[in-house]
Design a protein around this ligand. Structure first.
Ligand SMILES: Cc1ncc(COP(=O)(O)O)c(C=O)c1O
Length: 318
């Protein structure tokens, strides 16, 4: 039942010392209108990670990796040292926020076929963006970042594909937030895509510790198969990036669901039209996966996925 009152607008906003103080504790929405529109009884939920600073779940790991490097003595706050990373966009925004707040220079390698708006945004944050030749493969930006590091050994690379802090950040924050939000009535299925693998692995691990019967479901673009290390070109940016990263623990995955580009796109629109929630394509792929699972599950099944980022970065694609 939808009820609105003036009280909704009168909540006192928090006063924080920096934007980092607004990281995490993102809300979760139950998508009953969307489910009903497909004739489904299952309860589908979406955690709105685009409400994080920088607009995605990746700010959590970006700040986490930089602060961890400071603790290990690899970075010195305010030193102007250079951080270099290969990123399709969202980790770059998170790193730009971390670099600007903590006093570092940032160089980002980004594939030349990625969202132009995101590249503009990264430059506006002050990052030095270097474009990699996407014809060289889906991991061209990671290879360019590695080459830049080889040429500049005094730079620091967080390395989201292998840095354990990526998993740990989601284990300790995102995963625990989910457990707290669903403490009274646990979820049955957690649905996620994988780029670096950090969030599905970190969240998957904590959910399985708390709810051993939970099913972890990995969404893969149709034609890609993480288990066989098979990838093909697709439009679901930032997922299935052409390799199985070290931070993706396939051991926690119980179930795999293939999603077509068109299904992800259609789900982005459905979510906007039935729920008023605008998300990016990989989040649309999650919704498509949730709906497929809901169609073959019992009416009481509770399915959760995340909205990684916002539709406003994908207006050219939808
Ligand atoms: C829009 C979007 N979707 C999905 C992912 C995948 O998340 P993870 O790297 O935690 O696997 C990313 C990662 O950058 C992303 O930016």
């Amino acid at each position: 039942m939808l009820e609105l009152s003036a009280a909704h607008c009168l909540r006192t906003p928090a006063v924080v010392d920096s934007i980092a103080g607004l990281l995490g504790n993102t809300p979760t929405v139950r998508l009953d209108r969307l489910a009903a529109s497909r004739g489904l009884d299952a309860a589908v939920f979406m955690k709105l990670e685009y409400l994080n600073p920088g607009g995605s779940h990746k700010a959590r790991i970006a700040l986490g990796m930089v602060i961890d490097a400071e603790k290990r003595g690899l970075l010195k706050r305010g030193s102007g040292q250079t951080i270099v990373e290969g990123t399709g966009g969202n980790t770059g925004i998170g790193l730009a926020i971390a670099a600007n707040l903590l006093g570092y220079r940032l160089v980002l390698a980004v594939p030349d076929n990625y969202s132009k708006d995101k590249i503009k945004l990264l430059r506006a944050y002050g990052a030095d963006v270097r474009l990699s030749d996407s014809r060289l493969g889906r991991d061209s930006h990671f290879r360019l970042a590695r080459e830049l590091l080889d040429r500049n050994p005094d730079w620091f690379m967080p390395d989201q594909l292998a840095n354990p802090v990526n998993i740990q950040a989601h284990y300790e924050s995102t995963g625990r937030e989910i457990v707290a939000a669903f403490r009274k009535t646990p979820i049955d299925v957690f649905v996620a895509g994988a780029g670096s693998g950090g969030h599905i692995t970190g969240i998957g691990r904590v959910l399985k510790e708390v709810w051993p019967n939970v099913t972890i479901c990995l969404i893969q673009p149709e034609g890609c198969d993480f288990r066989a290390n098979v990838f093909r070109p697709h439009r679901i940016q930032a997922t299935a990036i052409g390799l199985v990263p070290k931070n993706l623990d396939l051991g926690i995955v119980d179930h795999y669901v293939g999603v077509l580009d068109e299904e992800a796109l259609a789900s982005v629109r459905l979510l906007m039209q039935y729920e008023g929630i605008g998300v990016g394509l990989s989040s649309g792929a999650n919704i498509a996966g949730c709906l497929k699972i809901a169609a073959t599950s019992g009416p009481d099944t509770r399915i959760l996925c995340m909205a990684y980022d916002h539709v406003s970065d994908y207006l050219d694609a939808i």
